[in-house]
Design a protein around this ligand. Structure first.
Ligand SMILES: [Fe+2]
Length: 297
């Protein structure tokens, strides 16, 4: 990138606080499942609000359930460690996002920011569900929950830019909408002095999140991905694009170019491409877990 079109970095004062429970759960080892199960229960219980929401979400995610899940132990046993972990992150991310939304409450209906802010959570959830669906299809069973979380957090940098500089963010949205041939990262650089990948990386490092998440967040618009987590990054990157196409958003020229590359890397067939670009929405809207997730924030 040209050094010239990079503005001096704007200040980012307000970095969301990650709830204790999310930070602790991410540090839990999965090698001794019995200990982890007990630990997990102990950590979640410390936060009654999260406990209540976990039970609600857990019930929606058990597709063929026979009876209601009424306590944490049941939820952990039935859904498993990894899925509970991703639900905790889903709930924590929705809390952070809910605060962002509140900040924009007083804004007039007409401005670009308002509709975009309101749509952001839906975009994050949809990306996460597409990414997990793709990971499942590719038989990446031990990776799919982490990929789901990465999908949920991929645009955390944007959320932080919104919180800190709402007026500039609106300017960015207008410019991005008017310049579909241009790379949005460059537009961000010229307005904020940062792009949302750099901001996202900063936030996740501050939260002490695992390297895989940091790499997904900081490379999800890259054509040439350089990371040991290339598959996860590519899945979230293309899921992000499908999530836009599914709500009839037009992709920019650089995005279309990236999409082609991601399809090659993941060997996505034309048929699958069509499924994720057109039919996925109808299917996922019948999913109770998805619907509850979109209404969490
Ligand atoms: Fe992004």
């Amino acid at each position: 990138m040209d050094v010239d079109d990079k503005k001096a970095k704007i200040e980012i004062k307000d970095i969301p606080v990650i709830p204790q429970v999310a930070a602790k759960v991410l540090q839990l080892q999965e090698d001794n499942l019995q200990i982890s199960f007990n630990e997990l229960e102990r950590i979640i219980k410390l936060d009654p609000a999260i406990t209540a929401r976990i039970l609600k979400v857990a019930n929606s995610a058990l597709y063929a359930r026979q009876k209601e899940i009424t306590n944490l132990q049941q939820a952990i046993t039935l859904l498993g460690f990894k899925m509970i972990k991703s639900m905790i992150l889903l709930i924590c991310a929705s809390n952070i996002y809910g605060k962002t939304k509140k900040k924009f409450k007083g804004y007039p209906e007409t401005i670009a920011t308002k509709s975009s802010v309101m749509e952001m959570w839906r975009h994050l959830v949809l990306t996460a569900f597409i990414a997990r669906h793709m990971a499942t299809k590719m038989k990446l069973d031990d990776r799919k929950e982490d990929i789901f979380v990465a999908g949920l957090l991929h645009d955390i940098g944007r959320v932080v830019l919104m919180i800190n500089h709402s007026e500039l963010y609106e300017k960015f949205l207008q410019e991005a909408g008017n310049n579909l041939e241009k790379d949005i990262l460059r537009i961000e650089d010229s307005i904020f002095g940062y792009n949302h990948l750099e901001v996202g990386k900063l936030v996740l490092e501050k939260w002490n999140f695992p390297d895989e998440l940091v790499d997904v967040i900081s490379q999800h618009h890259s054509k040439h991905i350089d990371s040991p987590f290339k598959t996860s990054i590519t899945i979230v990157s293309i899921a992000n694009l499908y999530a836009r196409v599914l709500v009839n958003e037009r992709l920019s020229v650089p995005d279309l170019d990236n999409q082609e590359e991601y399809m090659k890397i993941l060997s996505i067939s034309e048929e699958d491409n069509e499924y994720y670009s057109e039919k996925f929405m109808e299917e996922i809207e019948k999913d109770e877990f998805y619907n509850i997730s979109t209404h969490l924030s």
